[in-house]
Design a protein around this ligand. Structure first.
Ligand code: IPM
Ligand code: MN
Length: 388
């Protein structure tokens, strides 16, 4: 096991668990150690090396800060499993995630591993719908030291896309109907699904500090209410929920106009809420504006369960080469710690990432690959984590 060397390793059934080591200070404090069960999916392509890198950082933050431990259990899932067993996700993995405090997941999927209908063999149905993690939170933040393709300073782009995760056009996955001449997918927007995603977006805005441009808390409803009745309905429900949030500025934006606005005036945005497919597309666009989706993390959150993953794919051509940037997976680890309530530890990871990028210790080339390689980034971030 690649990260066995730095801590105790306990093998649990089909997987393993690793107790993070506690610092002397933490051990002597007599405080109860907060313990979290985390399922790990190492994924396909570059996934395993991203997980190794993020684990190194998680180990460093738990050792330096103390007070909590993460107990990991690994489950195989994704295209690799599909090739072996014909399924990309085993039911026992979903059951384990339901029992655990969180799932920490790398990218999965391989371009040639496909279902009979031509779609990729992935985990979306099993995890996002299966766990009812209806809110996909995708922060778009310009980090220090990143050469953004648009004119912007660190701090001037800092918004979150809230992508509805359990319905919309993607609910049609595996259910498209048609003939050899025509195929139809259906967009489903429900009142309940829209109410809860709108409420989530408003609550998220309350927890943030407002848009970089003017410091105002703002939720932007992104839709195509001018064309589709399903998305006019989405907008109507958003407005209804918004009545409960008079403290938050509210606005509408068509999705096509959003693609322009997120490039031309990104500092205006704080939280944007939208249907599944629109969130998929616009979060990649947002990622591009801050240096590429290789830097972008996400949380999939529901009432009962949550899981955490980068927003990009498994980049199979880079697999095993120690060339991929692990920043997305490391920031994903920070989002998981936020969710677990270890906010100070999460902040110290984000702070360390900012430091290594801002000081030029880690430099990314034009295609987003770091100098020194994947694990070197992880070691630099781990070293930069503070203890306070
Ligand atoms: C994402 C990804 C997935 C999606 C793919 C891998 C199916 O692009 O998380 O954004 O479309 O949601
Ligand atoms: Mn995507």
């Amino acid at each position: 096991m690649a990260y066995a060397e730095s801590g105790g390793l306990r093998v649990l059934g089909h997987g393993y668990a690793r107790m993070t080591q506690m610092t002397d200070a933490a051990l002597s404090s007599h405080d109860a150690v907060r313990s979290y069960q985390v399922v790990v999916i190492r994924g396909d392509g570059i996934g395993p090396e991203l997980i190794d890198a993020a684990m190194l950082v998680l180990d460093a933050v738990s050792q330096k800060r103390g007070g909590f431990e993460l107990v990991f259990s690994e489950h195989e899932a994704g295209a690799g499993l599909f090739l072996k067993e014909g399924v990309s996700l085993r039911p026992e993995t979903v059951a384990a995630v339901k029992e655990a405090d969180a799932l920490f997941k790398a990218p999965v999927g391989l371009p040639d591993v496909r279902n009979a209908d031509g779609t990729e063999a992935g985990l979306l149905g099993g995890l996002r719908v299966g766990l009812d993690t209806y809110a996909n939170v995708r922060p778009v933040r310009l980090l220090p030291g990143i050469d953004a393709p648009i004119k912007a300073e660190p701090g001037s782009i800092d918004y979150a896309i809230v992508r509805e995760n359990t319905e919309g056009l993607y609910l049609s996955r595996g259910k498209g109907v048609g003939t050899s001449e025509v195929m139809i997918d259906t967009m489903l927007i429900s009142r309940k699904g829209t109410e809860r995603i709108a409420r989530f977006a408003f609550e998220l805005a309350r927890s943030r500090t407002g848009a970089p441009e003017d410091g105002r808390r703002r939720v932007t409803c992104v839709d195509k209410a001018n064309v589709l009745s399903s998305l006019a309905f989405f907008r109507q429900i958003f407005d209804e929920v918004g009545v409960d949030y008079p403290d938050i500025e509210q606005e509408h934006l068509y999705a096509d106009a959003a693609a322009q606005a997120l490039v031309q005036q990104p500092g205006h945005y704080d939280v944007l809420v939208m249907e599944n497919l629109l969130g998929d597309i616009l979060s990649d666009l947002g990622g591009a504006t801050v240096g590429g989706i290789g830097l972008c993390c996400s949380a999939n959150v529901g009432e009962e369960h949550a899981y955490f993953e980068p927003i990009h794919g498994s980049a199979p051509t880079l697999a095993g080469l120690d060339q991929a940037s692990p920043i997305s997976q490391i920031l994903t680890a920070a989002m998981m710690l936020d969710h677990l309530g270890e906010v100070a530890a999460a902040e110290s990871i984000r702070g360390a990432v900012d430091v290594v990028l801002g000081d030029g210790v880690v430099v990314l080339d034009a295609s987003g690959r770091p100098n020194g390689g994947t694990m070197a980034v992880a070691r630099a971030v781990a070293d930069a984590i503070g203890t306070s």
